[in-house]
Ligand binder design. Sequence first.
Ligand SMILES: CC(C)(COP(=O)(O)OP(=O)(O)OC[C@H]1O[C@@H](n2cnc3c(N)ncnc32)[C@H](O)[C@@H]1OP(=O)(O)O)[C@@H](O)C(=O)NCCC(=O)NCCS
Length: 385
Amino acid sequence: MPTVAGGLEGVVFTETGVCFIDGTVGHLLYRGYDIQDVAEHLSFEEVAYLLWLGKLPNRQELETLHGQFAAERDIPSIAYDVIDALPPNTVPMDGLRTVVSFLSGTDPELDDNSADANYRKAVRLTAKAPTIMAAVHRRHFGLDPVIPQPTGSLAYNFLYMLSGQEPDEFVAQTLDVALTLHAEHGMNASTFAGRVTVATLADMYAGVTSAIGALKGPLHGGANAVVLKMLQEIGDPDHARDYVNNVISGDYVVPGMAPRRVPGFGHRVYKAFDPRAIVLRGMSKKLGERAGDSRWVDISNAVVEACAAAGLNEKGIYPNVDFFSASSYYTMGIPESLFTPVFAIARMTGWTAHIIEQQSDNRLIRPRADYIGEKGLKVVPIDQR
Ligand SMILES: CC(C)(COP(=O)(O)OP(=O)(O)OC[C@H]1O[C@@H](n2cnc3c(N)ncnc32)[C@H](O)[C@@H]1OP(=O)(O)O)[C@@H](O)C(=O)NCCC(=O)NCCS
């Protein structure tokens, strides 16, 4: 009899050189580099290069990548038409998924799954994601899209395209660090979805479209927006303990979250404090101090204490990457509807690195399910049922 691993927990289906996680001690490496070191010393563009090519770029290689990103940032005019045609209720994640899928028809290398062509497609998709996101967001408010600049980082350009104004340099640098922290995370649900798709030898756009769909849910990337809702509902650090206790007891369900779950807490792999949450906690504090409004980080810290007091830490449940992202993004002025899309923009690098890895040594991914239904039934003619 096969052993059923619910949620595929603990199942190893491949070897990877992209990312290492030891969740018992909260240890995360991108291609061998510790996440604290990465967050402190590397730009998002350097991280993209590292994830795709397995080594840090030298100055010239980085400049070349900046040039490639700049050249690929804008989207074809027919993609702006698609954005205009999106039904008014389309949320940004669905807008991103739709436009990425649409762009497959514009990529001359769509069916070339070689490592070189996949690298170029990864650059294209990563460069275009912020442009799509900003245009979808502005369209929702009846505003024309802002065309990306040929200079500046991806983080800078995203903020610029959202508002049409030069962004604050500190906020752009902080967003760059946040993107770096979200770039990659092993065999998470969306990356797995992407790898499953391209393991059929479907193209990178198909894989990324699957991945965006999987990231949307509140048990994965959608959690950061739900965290903000919770912080707003709590409203004051003094209310955190009662709120958290009500959620854990099941007396109250946070809107958009599963019952008895505190959004932004818990992880399939981490049973210790997520190392990314440590960096984001510091970021959230700094942003709050700079904005003269520490309310959101204060409420967040009160939730962390309330969860510890309720015994969640003993069960290995600590804040994950989404928890302090919420207060950070909110204080940066990023609209709540874009919290999960920001995650997607960053994770485009990790998804595509895994797609390149999958297709460099591919085997169809095809698990089994343990059948528990009936057997031996005979079809009854329709007029006798
Ligand atoms: C991420 C997540 C889906 C992982 O789920 P999982 O690995 O399948 O974990 P399980 O559902 O098996 O939970 C294990 C135990 O921890 C508890 N738990 C897990 N996450 C919890 C949370 N956020 N709040 C309270 N309790 C939680 C479960 O109730 C369960 O307790 P039990 O053994 O007493 O029944 C889950 O932790 C969660 O829903 N977190 C909230 C959403 C979130 O922040 N997602 C972003 C992840 S980066």
